[in-house]
Design a protein around this ligand. Structure first.
Ligand code: AP5
Length: 219
């Protein structure tokens, strides 16, 4: 199964991706995560990407396309993948088409998560992440048993640098201008499945299951 998960920043893509990964045993690629890992390792990609992420701007298409192209060469993605955060622009979507065509692969479903801006801002500004295992929490919605400590592994939680109101506003604006037009790109091909992501995580899982329902690898 080859899936894309799309939607505005903070709508819950990473939360649903973690569920899909576990439930369907599918490899997850998050371009945001790849950039954050590169920044943590302080390698040349990280040095290039850091300013863009801190400002809430998109890393240039050529850099991100190369990153995804290289990542998809790994054997773990041969049988399928869930791509989260890519593509985010029309040129990225066209580049993905070329990459897939070369491998004779096709996208099966594009999930499109939606929620109001108020919900999104509240989710992003309250987000906390485990510094060790990457588990996602929220200061009011999804609290750990002990404040700022991960339930799974006991490591400290942290807040992303780009999770402040000012940067979120910029990320939302860029999403509307550059990423939203992609929805039509995939809707026209009959691949897009809308997911109402307003409710609780349990509600969102039900919506994702509904959107994936009826799909099987032989389609
Ligand atoms: P990226 O990491 O992809 O960030 P994003 O798209 O802004 O998405 P987020 O990770 O912020 O949110 P999410 O939708 O995954 O929400 P989550 O599940 O965490 O990209 C970061 C940056 O990298 C970009 O700004 C750009 O600079 C660069 N980049 C990445 N890809 C690129 C590309 N293709 N081209 C160029 N540049 C690129 O949930 C958010 C919070 O809400 C969490 O606290 C969670 O616990 C909580 N929550 C989730 N669901 C619910 C619910 N139902 N109810 C209550 N709380 C909930």
């Amino acid at each position: 199964m080859r899936l894309l998960i799309m939607g505005p920043p903070g709508v819950g893509k990473g939360t649903m991706a973690a569920y899909i990964k576990k439930t369907y045993n599918i490899s997850h690629i998050s371009t945001g995560e790849l950039y954050r890992e590169a920044i943590a390792r302080m390698n040349s990609l990280g040095a290039l990407a850091k300013g863009y992420l801190d400002r809430g701007e998109l890393v240039p298409d050529a850099v991100t396309v190369d990153l995804v192209k290289e990542t998809l060469k790994k054997s773990e993605y041969k049988e399928g993948f869930l791509l989260d955060g890519f593509p985010r622009t029309i040129p990225q979507a066209q580049a993905l088409d070329d990459i897939l065509e070369e491998k004779q692969w096709k996208i099966d479903v594009v999930l499109n998560l939606t929620a109001d801006d108020e919900t999104i801002i509240e989710r992003i500004t309250g987000r906390r992440i485990c510094s060790n295992c990457g588990a996602l929490y929220h200061t009011t919605n999804i609290k750990p048993a002990v404040d700022d400590i991960c339930d799974n592994c006991g490591a400290a939680l942290f807040q992303r640098l780009d999770d402040n109101r000012e940067t979120v506003a910029r990320r939302l604006k860029i999403y509307r201008e550059q990423t939203e037009p992609l929805l039509e790109y995939y809707r026209r091909r009959g691949l897009l499945r809308d997911v109402d992501a307003e409710g609780t995580v349990a509600d969102n899982i039900k919506e994702v299951e509904k959107a994936l329902g009826g799909f099987n690898d032989n389609d």
